[in-house]
Structures are given as structure tokens and as C-alpha cells.
Design a protein around this ligand. Sequence first.
Ligand SMILES: Nc1nc2c(ncn2[C@@H]2O[C@H](COP(=O)(O)OP(=O)(O)OP(=O)(O)O)[C@@H](O)[C@H]2O)c(=O)[nH]1
Ligand SMILES: [Zn+2]
Length: 326
Amino acid sequence: MSRKHSKAAVASAAASTEGLVVGSHGRHCIVETEDGSRRICHPRGKKSQAVVGDRVLWQAPPPGQGEEGTIEKVLERSNLLYRQDEIRTKMFAANLDQVLILIAAEPVFSESQLARALIAAEDAGIQPIIALNKFDLPEAFALAWQRLEAYRALQRPDGSPHYPVIPLNLTSDDPEQKEALMDLLAGKRTFVLGPSGVGKSTLINLLVPGAQAATNEISRVLNTGKHTTTTTTWYWMDAARTTALIDSPGFQEFGLYHIAPTDLPRCMPDIGALADQCKFYNCTHLHEPGCAVMAEVDKEGSPHCIDPNRYRIYAELFDELSQMRY
Ligand SMILES: Nc1nc2c(ncn2[C@@H]2O[C@H](COP(=O)(O)OP(=O)(O)OP(=O)(O)O)[C@@H](O)[C@H]2O)c(=O)[nH]1
Ligand SMILES: [Zn+2]
């Protein structure tokens, strides 16, 4: 082989291929190629640290050097869902269409955690859907549904619901419920977020044929002899690979350190709808005279009435995010 030819051969062997990150564990990832096959890849450097949902350019190893590839480049993301506290940033997933926030009649959900998840999704520009599971527990469900009233009432300027809020009973095999869920998810990449015990595994098993097998496969591939902790997992719901559910481990605290306190109204639509009518353009809506937001808190009968719990969450977050900054 001429020198020129061998150079070309090396270049083509080392050519990068596009792939989708479908699993991650620590710093390594599982990349799915166009033909659906999967392999472990390691980031080349700090800049190529990928998360589930990322499109990446990856390279196979040179012949004789095993199966594991390298991620050369993370392609530009359309969005990234993450949380951040004083110490670290935790990236959930990238390039999402929707976040399904799953809560349940039991265990009782934290409204503050729900509000935080909604704020993070708004900030990332990802459509949130709230699903309240376990409607077969009538008393607890009625209470929880009531607690969601402020969320159910939120509307976009055209009168459509700002957050779809859907009741579920995931232990039932009602075909209509399944069909409605399929319709909601069809053709989209949906990240499932929710505390422990709400029914995330039940949801995945209901909608993803062979989910357990897929999970086992990912653990098998990732488990290189070490103990494998929970990971974020991508599931295709259809053979054509157009609809995806992404499941992640639960979390304790949802830090929003990446959001400036003055950005909160933009991410809380009920507050944001009034924020530009305050007397002062830089009103914090906490104490200023002529504040249009404060005037509407718990104002019965007003179409712009702000739920007092929502306002309390706003004020607490404003305080928390301001303190973290100084
Ligand atoms: N009554 C009732 N129980 C449900 C429903 N959906 C799920 N469960 C039960 O709730 C419990 C928790 O469900 P999982 O699917 O394991 O919840 P998870 O969110 O995956 O929880 P973790 O594994 O802890 O993250 C299980 O015992 C389920 O059988 C429902 O609609 N009604
Ligand atoms: Zn104000």
C-alpha cells in the first residue's frame, strides 16, 4: 500500500460517527448508533462529557483494542434539563421535548419540589406535564387534586392550559388510559421526573415492552465488575424509534442555583403575568408599594388571583437564590 493510501485508511478507520447517548453511568456512556447497536464510550476530555439524549460524534477503538469507543464531540444541544446546588451541577438529560412530572396521591407530594421542577423545565424551554397517579385511592387523590388547583387553573394567553394536569391509575389495565398516554407521548422525547414511590417503574413497564430486559441489558453492558448504581435510561417505545421515555433515579433536593432570583417570574407564569404591571420596573414583588403581584395574592374572585402557596414558594425561592449568590 502506498503511503498516501495507508494514511487515508487510517483516517477513515478513525472517522467519527454520529450516535445517541442512551445511558450514562459516572463518566462513561452507552451510545446507540444509527443501526440501533449500542456500545460503551468514554469521553475524550472534559468537554466531551455527554448526558443521556445527547447526539455525539464517537469513534471506534483501533483494531485489537477492545470494543469501547470514545466520544469526540457533543453536538449542540437544543436544551438541557439540570439542577444545581452550591456544590454541584447535576445534568438530567438533553434534547428533550417534554418533562412528565409524576406525582401521586401517596406518598404526599411536596409542592415546593413540584414548583422547582416546573421552574427548571420552563427555564430550559421544555414543556412540562403534571401527572397525578393513584386515583384508585379516592380520599388521598381528592386532596392531592385539590392541592393542584392553582396549577390546573394556569392558562396561556389563548386560554389553553399552561400545564396539562392528568389523573392516572397506573396499576389499572384500562386500555383507554394507555391510549391517551401513548397519544401524549407519541413522536416525543419525554423525561420522567418524580420522587420515589409514585409509580415511575410502573409507568415504564406499562408503556415500554421489554423495559425490564432493556434495563438489564444496560446494567450488563455498564457493569464492568463493579457495583452499578442507578442510572438514567433511555427507552424506545416503538420499533421505529420515534418515541422515547427517559427514566432517572429519584433525587432529594432540587437546587435551582443556576436561576437568578429576578428570573423567577419568567419561570413562574402566574407571577410573570403580572410582573410588568408593577410601579417599579425592578420590583422584586416582596415589599414594594404599587406591586401588581402582591395585590393579587389570595384576591378572591379576581381572574389573576395568585394562590398564596405559590406566592410563598416564590418568596422563599427568591430569598434562597439571593442568599446563594452573595
Ligand atoms: N394504589 C396504586 N398503587 C400504585 C399505582 N401505581 C403504582 N402503584 C404502586 O406504588 C408503588 C411504587 O411504584 P413504583 O412504580 O415502584 O414507583 P417508583 O416511582 O418507580 O418508585 P422508586 O422505585 O422508589 O423510584 C408500587 O407498590 C406500585 O404497585 C396506582 O395507580 N395505584
Ligand atoms: Zn411587583
